[in-house]
Design a protein around this ligand. Structure first.
Ligand code: GLU
Length: 447
């Protein structure tokens, strides 16, 4: 780390002392881009500060009334992180853990994830500390409407394009889009992505996050002369990301044997690999009680309350749930259990120490979420293209494009690491490739 970067980090630590997730993601990134950051232009233009801090951020109150007539007030955020290569773009998360630190970390990661897709999208993130678990459909709709009353003035097809994340799926995007249309009076399709297929959504968008991760993994396997055939995968979460991973892995001959929730994990030795099981995962998501135990009851498999799936022996681990779900103890277990590929689906799923352990171990090959987790936003960008063309591509077309994008991200990551003498280090490689792209765009556009 050069002197200038060390100074940027120190300033950041002082200014954002109470924002642990944000500091964690920026610190890890600064370490990764180190080998590529010795360019006098960066300090001259104070480029690194401008790359690690958001261009702007909005905070708003969201009052709403529940079915019993009780008023609640939640806190909403939108961080518009970086617009160097396109309109701000990123998800909305509805979860009680949402804080300014969490949205900043998500917006930061999104910026560099989006740059890797090769499509012209900047980075953003947002959400609210609202807990949708146990809420009725009407309550969710009212909440989304109140949220949009505040958000609509900051977004738009050429300004900032929100999408889903934890707690925000196609149903919520529908309510948000409906509210946006009413308040602006415009059917501005690409003001939001993740829309339903009947009103401008893209085919494969729901599957994209998980499919993209497996396409990326397939390239890693290919390099080692392997395929997914017969491989056992341990995954966490039971949302969109894990759903897509289960499906694509099964299609390519692999088997996801675990799913997890806040209540524990299930172990399904035959694999989450039938249509009935996929459909059940979707149903679990929508019944709104955040328990994975229901899967064990339905399919007669083991449920391990209060435990995490990393204790199960497997070939591949794919964390798909949330940030910092994987600790040093989990990483030790993963290494001891013979896992040879660690591929991130969720954003920053491992603590800094856990990631360091995995990344530096010769036993396991690692891929970071900014690369392997970018399939969702890649298809969001394709949704924007289709909206501007007033056209929609077939499933096959979108899937082929997604596969091509994930493959280019893999190539760019491997190449950048190679260029800087780092060997086969996909995480450093993806951070450097995205960093260089955004840095050049910012320099070209002046101060
Ligand atoms: N939460 C998503 C992601 O991680 C959505 C971003 C988008 O589609 O804009 O990439």
């Amino acid at each position: 780390m050069n002197e200038y970067i060390a100074r940027v980090l120190e300033n950041l630590r002082r200014q954002y002392a109470n924002e642990p997730e944000y500091l964690q993601s920026v610190s890890a990134w600064l370490e990764m881009i180190g080998p590529a950051a010795d360019d006098p232009r960066y300090e001259k233009l104070d480029l690194i500060t401008r790359m690690v801090e958001p261009e702007r951020m909005f905070t708003f109150l969201i009052p709403w009334v529940d079915d019993q007539g009780v008023t609640h007030t939640n806190h909403g955020y939108r961080v518009q992180f970086n617009s160097a290569i396109g309109p701000y773009k990123g998800g909305l998360r509805f979860h009680p853990s949402v804080t300014p630190s969490v949205v900043k970390f998500l917006g930061f990661e999104q910026t560099y994830k989006n740059a890797l897709t090769g499509l012209p999208i900047g980075g953003a993130a947002g959400g609210a500390d609202f807990n949708p678990i146990g809420r009725s459909k009407r309550e969710i709709m009212r909440f989304c409407q109140s949220f949009m009353f505040a958000l609509y003035r900051y977004i738009g097809a050429d300004t900032d394009v929100p999408a889903g994340d934890i707690g925000v799926g196609s149903r919520e995007i529908g309510y948000l889009y409906g509210a946006y249309k009413r308040v602006t009076g415009r059917a501005e399709s690409s003001a939001l992505t993740g829309k339903g297929l009947t009103y401008g959504g893209s085919r494969i968008r729901q599957e994209a996050a998980g499919f993209g991760t497996v396409y990326f993994l397939a390239r890693m396997l290919e390099r080692q002369g392997e395929t997914l055939e017969g491989k056992r995968i341990i995954a966490s979460g039971f949302g969109n990301m894990s759903w897509g991973v289960c499906r694509k892995a099964a299609e390519l001959g692999g088997r996801v044997v675990t799913l997890s929730g806040p209540d524990g994990y299930i172990y399904d030795p035959e694999g989450v690999s039938t249509q009935e099981k996929y459909d059940f995962m979707v149903q679990m998501r929508y019944q709104g009680d955040d328990r994975v135990e229901a899967y064990a009851e339905q399919f007669g498999v083991e449920f391990y309350p209060g435990k995490k799936p990393w204790e199960v022996p497997a070939d591949i681990a794919i964390p798909c749930a949330t940030q910092n779900e994987l600790t040093v103890d989990d990483a030790v277990m993963i290494l001891a259990n013979g896992v040879r590929y660690y591929v991130e689906g969720a954003n920053m799923p491992a603590t800094a120490e856990a990631l360091r352990l995995l990344r530096l171990s010769p036993k396991v090959l690692t891929a970071g979420a900014k690369a392997s987790g970018s399939g969702g936003v890649a298809v969001s960008a394709l949704e924007m293209v289709q909206n501007s063309l007033r056209y929609s591509w077939s499933r096959k077309e979108v899937d082929a494009k997604l596969r091509g994008i994930m493959s280019s991200i893999y190539d760019a990551s491997a190449q950048a690491a190679e260029d800087y003498g780092l060997g086969y280090d996909l995480i450093a490689g993806n951070d450097i490739a995205a960093f260089r792209k955004i840095a050049e765009a910012m320099i070209a556009q002046g101060l």
